[in-house]
Each structure stands twice: as structure tokens, then as C-alpha cells.
Design a protein around this ligand. Structure first.
Ligand code: B12
Ligand code: SF4
Ligand code: SF4
Length: 457
């Protein structure tokens, strides 16, 4: 098989496995490695010490896989449609099945993006003959229905067979049957939540199962295919020393947005990246243009000013870092800005006009898990270690463990709670874990300060 034929066969395999795009970058030092090195030198990675380890490896795939010739970059859409608050589109279990393509209501503005004053002139599909880039690059891209790129999109076939995914490796050990049962704190008798959306936000990628398990299986299948053609591979999804977004830009999968998100013309921002380093020399794709133009919506939308300049993010200010990666006390200066977010943050994604073109994912496994979202914030406070693990089995949220999760819940209650939440918070303030106790005390004081004037009147 010639390298070009092998690449076509690889793309067909990736498509059959459910990936939404597959492109190739040459295995050479990352184009923006200097930015990464500066970011680390400035301490913007906060407590994520693992990022600073062996920076030369992270910026050069040939040091990770000696003899690497190509970086295969893959995208998997996880968009569920609808708004940032799931309602009426729940998955009743955490099992990961694969549904057929659904159109969803992906073109709806997410609540926050709409609030941010979506500029309807910025991006319209070329079908309406009025598609405009955020700025000048209108020639460079004619919108979602334009000629398809050289990667998988050029070969998209919506009737392609899709494999079913029987669930995650780690969770199989943890007892998946437990995860099917609502834990003891479950409300509504295990029924999906009512039409009213929950009064808190979880980042979309964490609405149900952990993507690592799903994608790792697919990567293994692709690696086996390449091994049969003489390649040695290292597959990663967020799991290895690879600057995934840098190689995605190099491969022309998308471009590095001002939010630092990798943006795909058709998927918007709602996709995971995965990479396979391989010793096979596959024909590389060309990088594409930057399509952000003069838009700055993500920077404006960021509640904590974590995007300090275009394509510069101070992770220590980012709510995703504060609620997921940081294990300690959340600095007081960020607690109000966190609002009702209890795990991760999608505000710079919600604000991005390129998400108007997003279509719901083929993977049913990303739909909001009913047993999680039927909990109110107050309900979460009564989770024990065991019920926490059961409720979040297979979910990425399980990774942060009960103390950090309840810490986040207390912050959200401090921002949105009412006196009715005080008994649950007072119980949490007596928790033996000082992280939970301190954040619960803060929340109680916040609720008192909001409601005291009204009570005095
Ligand atoms: C550490 C990390 C974080 C940190 C730091 C994020 C950051 N912006 O640096 C925190 C915890 C804050 C975080 C948050 C989130 N993350 Co994260 N994260 C990572 C991780 C593990 C490493 C990123 C990294 O190396 N950061 C260091 C900085 C310097 O690198 P970078 O942001 O990737 O920037 C490089 C490129 O953007 C490149 N670049 C590419 N093109 C261009 C073009 C130009 C012109 C320029 C100048 C630069 C440039 O330059 C930079 C230096 O190399 C990656 C997985 C991986 N291995 O890459 C996932 C990853 C980036 N995260 C991801 C996701 C989904 C998120 C969240 C959306 C989760 C959420 N909803 O809460 C948020 C988004 C926040 C944001 N705006 O980035 C996805 C992003 C997918 C995508 N479409 O972009 C990734 C790729 C995981 C995955 N495998 O899917 N994350
Ligand atoms: S994820 Fe949230 S806090 Fe982080 S940069 Fe984006 S908008 Fe800001
Ligand atoms: S919202 Fe940010 S990432 Fe999206 S187009 Fe505008 S500047 Fe680029």
C-alpha cells in the first residue's frame, strides 16, 4: 500500500470508529513550543506540575517515540445540543452505546453566548449566501457547506457503520451495575429530571461518561491497524506528553482560537482531541488559516479574566482549573465569579460564534446522565464517599473525589443558595474534611449576607 493509500484507509477506519475528523501533521517539534515554554516559565500552569516535567519531550514527538514520522490527529464531537443546562435530553444510564447520527438543535445559542450579545452578522452559513468571517478571511473559508477539506470531511459518509462501545475498562472493575442504580441520595424515584433545568452547570464534556475510556478503545483499534502495516505507535487522549492543540493546528484540523481552544470549522469547539504518534511516514495535511478575525467574545465572556490576551491563558485563574485540577481551597477572589459552575467551565466555548455550526454528536454516551442531574445542589451535600463514587461511576467527575466536589458545590450554593439551603450547609460545615467545612462556612456567610437585609425589613 502506498503512503497515500494507507492514509485513506486510516481515515476510513477512523470514520468507521466514530471519529469526526482525522488529519496528519509531521512529527517534528511543535510549532508554538516557545509559547509553551514561556507559559511554564511564568508559572501559568499552577499546581499542574506534571505539565512542567520534561518540557522537551512534550514539545517534540520524536523524543516520545524515537523514529516517529507522523502525528495522527483525531477529533471526536461530544456536543449534545441545547443549552448549557441540560433538560429533556437525558440518558437514563451511564452505559455507552452509540446511536445513529442526530441533528439535534446544535444551532441554538447557548445561554451564555446569547447573553454575551451574539452578533448575528458574524457567522452565517453559506447556504444563506451571507456567511461572513469574524473578520477579513472570508476568502479563506466559505463556511460549513463549502468544499470539504482534505481530511476525513472530504470522505464523510453519514451511513458509515459505527461500532458499539461496551463501556470503560477501569469502571468495569469498579462495578458498573452500581452505576446503573440511582444512589441512595437520588431524588424523584430514579426518574429523569423534569423539564426544568438544574440550577447549576457542569461542563458539557462531563455530563456523562469519561471520554478517555471511550476514545482509548478507538485509538487501540487504529493502532492495531497501523501495526499491521509495519508502524510502531503511541496513542494518547490527554494522556501523554503531547501538545495536542499545536499538532491539531499543524495538521489543519482547525485553528488555535483566542480562547486557546482548537476550533473546527464544522464542529466548533465541542470536540475532544486525540493523537497517535507513528513511525509510519504518512502524507501530511497543510495548516489552515486563523478564522477568529476581530472577534473577542471568548475573552469578554471569561468570568475570571483567565484569557489574559489572545491565545494566552492563565490556568490559575481558569474555573476549569479551579474546580477540577486544583485540590485546595478556592481563592476568595474567584469564588463569586465561579457562579453556579460545579465542575469545569464552558463560558469561552459557549461564547464562540463558530459553535453555531455545531451538530449533536453521534455518541449517545455524552448525553446528560439523568441520575446526576436530578440532584439539586443541596442533594449533593449529603453524598458520602460511597454514594459519591456510585453516582459518578464512569464519570470524569469521580476523579476529583468527594471533598473537591463538595467544595465546588458549596461555592455554587454560596452564590445561588437561599436560607432553605442553610441546614444542609450547616451539616457540611461540620464535615471532618476541613476543605468542605471551610467552603460550607463561606457559603453560609454569603447566604446570610444576601438575605439578612431582607429579613431585617
Ligand atoms: C492542561 C490542560 C488544561 C488546563 C490548561 C488549559 C490551557 N489553555 O492551557 C485547564 C485545566 C485550565 C484546562 C481547561 C480546559 N480544557 Co484542557 N487540557 C489541558 C491539556 C492536558 C494540556 C494543555 C496544555 O499543554 N496547555 C499549555 C498551553 C500553553 O498549551 P495549549 O493551550 O494547548 O496551547 C498551545 C496551542 O494552542 C498552540 N497553538 C495551536 N495553534 C496555534 C495558533 C497560534 C497562532 C498560536 C499563537 C498558538 C497556537 O500554542 C500553545 C503552545 O503550544 C490538554 C491535552 C493536551 N495534552 O494537549 C487538554 C485540552 C486542551 N483540554 C481540553 C478541554 C476540553 C478543556 C476545557 C474545555 C474543559 C472544560 N470545559 O472545563 C477547558 C477549556 C479552557 C481553555 N480555554 O483552554 C481539550 C481541548 C479540545 C479543543 N477542542 O481544544 C484538550 C485538548 C483535551 C482533549 N484531549 O480533548 N485544560
Ligand atoms: S474555561 Fe471558563 S474560566 Fe477558563 S478560560 Fe474559558 S471562560 Fe475563562
Ligand atoms: S469566541 Fe474566541 S475563539 Fe471563538 S471566534 Fe471569537 S475570538 Fe475566536
Amino acid at each position: 500500500m502506498s503512503p497515500a493509500e494507507l492514509k485513506s484507509a486510516l481515515i476510513a477506519q477512523a470514520r468507521a470508529l466514530g471519529f469526526d475528523d482525522c488529519r496528519i501533521a509531521p512529527a517534528q517539534p511543535a510549532a508554538h513550543r516557545a509559547l509553551f515554554e514561556q507559559w511554564i516559565a511564568e508559572g501559568k500552569h499552577g499546581d499542574m506540575a506534571w505539565l512542567a516535567r520534561n518540557p522537551e519531550r512534550r514539545t517534540d514527538p520524536t523524543l516520545v517515540l524515537p523514529g516517529a514520522k507522523s502525528v495522527i490527529v483525531l477529533a471526536l464531537n461530544y456536543y449534545q445540543g441545547g443549552t448549557a443546562y441540560p433538560s429533556g435530553q437525558f440518558s437514563s444510564s451511564s452505559s455507552s452505546s452509540v446511536s445513529s447520527s442526530t441533528e439535534g438543535d446544535g444551532r441554538k445559542e447557548a445561554q451564555e453566548g446569547a447573553k454575551g450579545g451574539a452578533d448575528s452578522s458574524v457567522l452565517k452559513t453559506s447556504e444563506s449566501s451571507s456567511h461572513k468571517e469574524p473578520q477579513k478571511e472570508s476568502k479563506a473559508d466559505s463556511g460549513p457547506s463549502s468544499e470539504l477539506g482534505k481530511g476525513m470531511e472530504g470522505q464523510r459518509n453519514d451511513s458509515a457503520p459505527r461500532i458499539s462501545e461496551p463501556g470503560g475498562r477501569k469502571e468495569a472493575q469498579e462495578g458498573s451495575s452500581e452505576s446503573e442504580k440511582p444512589p441512595s441520595t437520588t431524588v424523584n424515584n430514579g426518574q429523569p429530571p423534569s423539564a426544568s433545568p438544574p440550577a447549576y452547570r457542569i461542563a458539557r464534556y462531563a455530563w456523562n461518561n469519561d471520554y478517555h475510556d471511550l476514545i482509548e478503545k478507538k485509538l487501540r483499534a487504529l493502532s492495531d491497524f497501523l501495526a499491521a502495516h509495519g508502524g510502531t505507535q503511541r496513542p494518547y487522549v490527554d494522556t501523554g506528553p503531547v501538545l495536542e492543540r499545536d499538532f491539531a493546528s499543524e495538521a489543519g484540523l482547525g485553528w488555535g482560537g483566542k480562547s486557546t481552544m482548537q476550533i473546527h470549522r464544522h464542529l466548533g469547539t465541542w470536540f475532544f482531541l486525540a493523537d497517535i504518534l507513528t513511525t509510519l511516514d504518512l502524507p501530511a495535511d497543510a495548516p489552515g488559516p486563523d478564522r477568529c478575525g476581530t472577534c473577542t467574545r471568548c475573552i469578554v465572556a471569561c468570568p475570571t479574566q483567565a484569557i489574559t490576551a489572545p491565545r494566552r491563558l492563565d490556568a490559575r485563574r481558569c474555573i476549569s482549573y479551579l474546580t477540577i485540577e486544583s485540590k485546595g481551597s478556592i481563592p476568595l477572589e474567584f469564588r463569586h465569579a465561579i457562579g453556579d459552575r460545579i465542575y469545569g467551565c464552558d463560558s469561552c466555548l459557549d461564547a464562540c460564534p463558530w459553535n453555531r455550526h455545531a451538530q449533536a454528536s453521534h455518541e449517545a454516551t455524552f448525553q446528560a446522565r439523568a441520575t446526576i442531574f436530578q440532584h439539586t445542589l443541596r442533594d449533593f451535600l449529603s453524598l458520602t464517599d460511597d454514594t459519591f463514587r456510585a453516582l459518578f461511576a464512569k464519570s470524569p467527575i469521580k476523579r476529583i473525589k468527594r471533598p473537591a466536589f463538595l467544595r465546588n458545590v458549596c461555592v455554587a450554593l454560596g452564590n445561588t443558595g437561599t436560607p432553605a439551603d442553610l441546614p444542609a450547609l450547616e451539616a457540611a460545615a461540620g464535615d471532618e474534611n476541613p476543605l468542605i467545612a471551610e467552603h460550607a462556612q463561606w457559603a453560609i456567610a454569603e447566604i446570610h449576607s444576601r438575605h439578612a437585609p431582607a429579613q431585617r425589613r
